[in-house]
Design a protein around this ligand. Structure first.
Ligand code: PLP
Length: 265
């Protein structure tokens, strides 16, 4: 850590992700989530995006050496107890992140495979999916695709129900030899939001939550950051997913309540 200060010994979550000027998703969401679990964050910014809640107006990818240097400095400055990876954008960014992580094989990594914004803008270059699958996902403790991302990663058409999601999640988990949380929030309206946790050689675990109305942004960022924070606190993967789901549900319930109140007042 050099001569200008000791390493901070409180556990930190290293967030490797993009910024979102609207505050709806990305790093702002990640930091607030990690903070809600009582932990501090350190950062490697992968991309700067110019967004409103309705559209992505511009994306600036950070140079891969800059991403790797931020990660090395974050590891040198802090006790990094877990890593959360969000938007990566390019194959070069993935290679940079993967090469730093090989030096820290014991730190759990949660990867949210961010591919597009809710508004429809592509956030991951299409040719980067292969590199994501072959280089980065196998070193992760958990990857957290929604049903659209799961279909893109397996090359299948999006699952319409829980049975389909389970088959695709199992296929991906077997292929990568890592944990997969198949998020069912994009299933048909009217069905409950069921997330399935698939792990190699383990029975499937099912997490069900009531469906809340409304379209809150950044839920994928919140969930993966919350899981990383729980892993940093030494919880099991199953307990981490359960606590993270509860956190997202509580946060969404609170913001729905807020909207209702301001509508009526
Ligand atoms: N922008 C950034 C920087 C993100 O990391 C993400 C998702 O992780 C998004 C936008 C997409 O968020 P949303 O689906 O809420 O639009």
């Amino acid at each position: 850590a050099g001569g200008n200060g000791a390493m901070a010994m409180s556990p930190h979550v290293l967030i490797v992700a993009g910024s979102d000027s609207s505050g709806g998703a990305g790093i702002a969401r990640d930091v607030e989530t990690v903070s809600a679990f009582g932990l501090r964050s350190c950062l490697a910014v992968t991309a700067v995006t110019v967004q409103t809640h309705a559209a992505v107006e511009h994306i600036e990818h950070m140079p891969p050496q800059l991403i790797a240097a931020q990660m090395r400095a974050a590891f040198a400055a802090n006790m990094v107890a877990a890593v959360k990876i969000g938007m990566l954008g390019t194959t070069a960014a993935m290679e940079a992140v993967g090469s730093v992580l090989t030096s820290y094989p014991n730190v759990p990594v949660v990867l949210d495979p961010v591919m597009a914004s809710s508004s429809g803008r592509v956030l991951l270059q299409h040719d980067a999916i292969d590199a994501l699958m072959s280089d980065l996902m196998p070193v992760c403790r958990l990857v957290t695709p929604n049903l659209i991302e799961l279909a893109m990663l397996t090359g299948l058409t999006p699952a319409l129900d829980e049975g389909g999601a389970r088959l695709q999640g199992e296929a991906l988990s077997t292929m990568l030899r890592t944990g997969v949380l198949a998020k069912g929030g994009h299933a048909r309206e009217g069905l409950p939001a069921v997330d399935l946790l698939l792990q190699p050689d383990c029975p499937v675990l099912r997490f069900e939550a009531p469906r809340l109305g409304g379209e809150e942004r950044g839920t994928g960022c919140m969930l993966s950051s919350a899981i990383s924070a729980c892993l940093a606190l030494n919880a099991t993967l199953e307990a981490s997913v359960a606590a993270a789901k509860q956190y997202v549900f509580d946060t969404l319930s609170m913001s729905t309540q807020w909207t209702r109140r301001s509508d009526s007042g």
